[in-house]
Design a protein around this ligand. Sequence first.
Ligand SMILES: [Zn+2]
Length: 99
Amino acid sequence: MLAHELAHAEYFLDSPERLAQVEAAQGAIEAFRSGNRRAIKPVYQNVRRRLREPLAVLAATEAHAESVEAIVLRELTKERQSQTAMLRASAGGDARERR
Ligand SMILES: [Zn+2]
């Protein structure tokens, strides 16, 4: 949803530090993903500890975007409901209603 993506953009524009943090987090996760998991396994606990912070950073940006998305969705639903109510009210005296 557009609101979700805009929330991400706004979140990063708000703070260049945040953007650098998220880029570093994505880099760390990408390095982990592209690595050979079988080779990583013996040090898995260590990798997991190293990824805990980057994952928390990404989770925070998602939580923020999702909360903004939820607010926008709620507003859109409210707007649609009031439009429907207005249409119904004005259609009450409509000639099409009398048959
Ligand atoms: Zn997102």
